[in-house]
Structure formats: C-alpha cells, structure tokens
Design a protein. Structure first.
Length: 120
C-alpha cells in the first residue's frame, strides 16, 4: 500500500498507526521481522530518523521487540495484540461518532445507521 501522510499529524505518529494496523490485521504476525529502518524509510519516502522514532515508540509500547543484531520483531504477547485490536476499534468507533455528529446526527441515529448498514 502506498504511503500517504496528512499534514495535521506528525509523520512518526502516522507511521506508528499504520504499523499497528498492519500488525493487528495480520500483515505482520507475532514473531515476524519488521522491515529495516532504512528500507521502510525508503518505501515511505521519509527520513530514517522518523522511522527509528516510530519503531522506538512501538517498542516502548511493547508491540515490537528489538534484537541487537537481528532487527525488530513483532511482539509475541497475544494479550498485547488483543488490547491493541480493542484500542484501535475504540478509536475508529469514536472517529465515526465524531464525524457523524458533525453531520447533525445524535447517538441514537448513529446507532440505528450502524445497525442498518449491513442490511442496505
């Protein structure tokens, strides 16, 4: 997938978000090696220091483990993955509600729209 960055959020945070989604969706599974900093920087078209900062934050959050000479790997902590999936889902639901409320919908109308979405 092509990397597209918005101007309103720091790039390193957008990389973190993208990597989280890639991990939760199964693109990178527990124990998989992540791309090298320079490789990901070239792919995304950003400075390697930006990717390094993103990886360091993912490691601080316990989603990535660093092995000195081998690179970085997705955490094998299944509980951490479940928490991440739940966190991302909550963020997406919140974003949906904020956007639909900006259209003038109240909570009940939003819930009805969500419940009826699959039927349409």
């Amino acid at each position: 997938m092509k990397w597209k960055f918005s101007d309103d959020v720091p790039i390193y945070l957008q990389i973190i978000e993208r990597m989280k989604v890639d991990i939760v969706s199964g693109k990178y599974e527990s124990g998989d090696k992540l791309p090298a900093v320079r490789d990901l920087a070239m792919e995304a078209g950003v400075n390697p220091n930006t990717v390094q900062r993103s990886y360091a934050e993912l490691e601080r959050q316990g989603l990535v483990q660093s092995e000195r000479t081998s690179g970085r790997f997705v955490s094998i902590d299944d509980q951490k993955m479940k928490e991440l999936r739940k966190e991302l889902a909550k963020d997406y639901i919140e974003e949906l509600f904020v956007r639909l409320k900006s259209l003038g919908m109240d909570d009940l109308a939003i819930k009805d729209a969500v419940n009826n979405w699959e039927d349409e």
